[in-house]
Structure formats: structure tokens, C-alpha cells
Design a protein around this ligand. Structure first.
Ligand code: TYC
Length: 104
């Protein structure tokens, strides 16, 4: 809660306002039976700035559990990452699925 001064005509009034943090979104990778493991590791390094070890750990989590988190971003950044990953996968004829979900 922040107290600010709001001017109504010539009168300065004290007003209380809450500043809301922007909602954040998780970017998730989904498992499938066809996308090669090495390709998923490259995607995680290329679009999510992971090193090979981190990328391998997330890829294996997705492979074993069906889904894994690549990161948490603002809406625009999350949506761009999803588009980039899906476009890159399609360019290489892989069915890799990447989605975003509001981070509650
Ligand atoms: N399940 C895939 C395989 O066995 C590997 C894979 C991992 C695919 C993660 C997608 O998001 C994924 N080749």
C-alpha cells in the first residue's frame, strides 16, 4: 500500500493505492513419442539459456513425467518463447508441444 497525493481541483487529497505485480506465466514442454531427446536439449539451451546439464535434467523430467517447466516469464515473453519453440520444432518436422500457463 502506497500513499500518494491526488489533486482534485485545488485540493490535494491523500489517496491510498495498491500496485499489482504483473501476472507471470510458466512455459511448459510436453512429452511426445517422436521428438528426439537431443533436439529437446538443444531447444532448452537455445531458447531458455540453460547449460547442457540443466537442459538434460528438464528434458528427462518431461520424458518421464509427461511435462516440465522451462521458466517463468511475463505474458509477452512467455508467448514469444512458445511461438519460437513451436516454429523451430516444426521447421525440423518434430511434433514437440510447448504451452504457457498462468502462474497462480
Ligand atoms: N519422449 C521423447 C523420446 O523418447 C523425448 C522427449 C522429451 C520428447 C521431452 C518431448 O518435451 C519432450 N524421444
Amino acid at each position: 500500500m502506497t500513499t500518494i497525493q491526488k489533486q482534485t481541483g485545488n485540493v490535494l487529497e491523500a489517496t491510498r493505492s495498491t500496485t499489482r505485480r504483473p501476472p507471470l506465466y510458466k512455459v511448459l514442454l510436453l512429452n511426445d513419442d517422436f521428438t528426439p531427446m537431443d533436439f529437446v536439449v538443444v531447444v532448452l539451451q537455445k531458447y531458455f539459456a540453460m547449460n547442457r546439464e540443466q537442459a538434460t535434467r528438464i528434458m528427462l523430467q518431461v520424458h518421464r513425467e509427461g511435462m516440465g517447466m522451462c521458466g517463468v516469464f511475463t505474458k509477452d515473453v512467455a508467448s514469444t518463447k512458445v511461438e519460437q519453440v513451436v516454429a523451430y520444432a516444426r521447421q525440423h518436422q518434430h511434433p514437440l508441444a510447448c504451452v504457457m500457463e498462468e502462474n497462480e
